[in-house]
Design a protein around this ligand. Structure first.
Ligand SMILES: Nc1ncnc2c1ncn2[C@@H]1O[C@H](COP(=O)(O)OP(=O)(O)OP(=O)(O)O)[C@@H](O)[C@H]1O
Ligand SMILES: [Mg+2]
Length: 210
């Protein structure tokens, strides 16, 4: 049975799809990874399509996209056939995203250093709590230490949810890799962005204990 990470955050543009793609690219080297895109924007599906013709992909990644009532069955199928399943959800957390949260071992909640992001994260954490799932907050696009970062980090701590030690900086490499259907570990393996993402991937496996 696969380990399931559902990436959820009601704030649009917080980095959900970027995280899904980059974590999948890292884990695809040693594990059977499946992505499930339940966002009607289909960004992850488009990334995956680009990946099919891309030079430099280090491992195969399966992607399914489903909507509506078929989601639960597809998730069960993916879970049986892979080691890790990552679900990328839309910013509007409605029926399917709630089901994906319920099915997750861990809910990953990216938070950018802005107050609206921190407030939206609190709402997302409530949903995870309602489904009795453990949520992990991940600071994304983190600037160097600043008053705003301190303020957002204080709100993250106040939420009571676990916060990953790994922090992802604001790095152009993520968008560049995404545009090529790749992760930063593939386009710029020696970059700071790749090191940050690898640290996050390792920490998540450690937290999950598998
Ligand atoms: N750490 C980062 N550094 C630089 N750019 C980033 C970072 N994280 C995300 N971005 C960029 O921000 C934009 C939004 O990211 P992404 O699409 O992953 O967010 P999202 O949460 O999936 O959005 P939506 O809610 O619309 O699905 C993208 O252009 C992405 O490349
Ligand atoms: Mg997205």
């Amino acid at each position: 049975m696969a380990l399931v990470f559902t990436i959820a955050q009601q704030k649009g543009g917080s980095g959900k799809t970027m995280l899904a793609a980059n974590l999948a690219a890292i884990w695809s080297v040693h594990t059977k990874v499946a992505l499930l895109d339940i966002d009607p924007q289909r960004s992850l599906m488009h990334w995956h399509q680009l990946r099919q013709g891309a030079k430099g992909a280090i491992g195969p990644i399966h992607l399914s996209e489903v909507a509506g009532w078929r989601m639960a069955a597809e998730l069960d199928r993916l879970r049986d056939a892979h080691d890790i399943v990552i679900v990328d959800s839309p910013p509007q957390i409605e029926t399917e995203a709630k089901l994906a949260i319920r099915a997750a071992d861990f809910v990953l909640v990216p938070v950018q250093p802005s107050l609206p992001d921190a407030w939206a994260a609190a709402g997302t954490l409530k949903l995870a709590k309602a489904e009795k799932r453990e949520a992990l907050l991940i600071l994304n696009r983190a600037p160097a230490k600043s008053a705003l970062r301190t303020q957002v980090e204080a709100l993250m701590v106040k939420s009571g949810a676990r916060i990953t030690n790994a922090v992802i900086g604001n790095r152009a490499g993520f968008a560049n890799a995404f545009a090529r259907g790749l992760g930063v570990v593939e386009t710029a393996p020696k970059s700071v962005a790749a090191a940050e993402m690898a640290a996050l991937a390792a920490e998540l496996r450690e937290i999950a204990g598998r």
